[in-house]
Design a protein around this ligand. Sequence first.
Ligand code: UTP
Length: 234
Amino acid sequence: MKKIVISLGGSVLVPSLESNNIDRYVSVLKKISGKCRIFVVVGGGGEARRYIGVARSLGAGEAAADELGIMVTRLNARLLIAGLGDAAYPRVAENYTEAQEFAEAGKIVVMGGITPAQTTDAVSAVLAESVGADLLINATSVNGIYSADPKKDAGAVRHERLTPLELLEIITGSRMDAGANTVLDIVAGKVIERSGIPLLVLDGRDPENLYRAIVEGAFVGTVVCEEGSTPLPS
Ligand code: UTP
């Protein structure tokens, strides 16, 4: 069975506690898990940003704010596990070795953040490298990587395909603050580049997009891989 690591943005899974999409993701992830081995890395979403904002206003430093962000990602991961029930390993993996061990049970493995100064995109890239994943998917709140921020610049154009090196060039130069929201963080970009694991960036606001990409090979977004390779099922 193919191994797929999914970076599930908190902004799509738990934009806020009240407006969560956990139910919809649970049914899609269960459908996909019959066809491949899945590892899900859950982001912090709006709640992480709220905690980080309050911590900063209290004078906390960036690393302390990051630690709070990590705790919220793990809370979100636990909520997803609660929804997945028997389909998921019952604990949140807190490091890569644990994720590999939990995968032995043949269930969906869920984790959140690991260490300050990165995002869960970096966690998902390192996890993909650790478990030898065939594919990494970033399900986020935009439908791909754009030439500029599409929420701010009407002229932004979506990249259909990028090489890992082109991705890294796009990422370099962006800042890294707690709660920062860039395409991917630099750690993620470097690991994607060195591992050669193909990456799909797609719109996770509709969970069915995941199913369509993984099972049907139908995909709207950005593919990051070496020229000539075809990471999607045909
Ligand atoms: P993310 O930035 O990964 O979640 O983690 P998100 O913003 O919900 O993801 P997207 O944008 O929807 O894809 C939230 C915060 O938690 C801290 C960082 O401060 C990060 O911005 N964090 C997370 C870490 O410090 N280390 C980690 O390994 C993960």
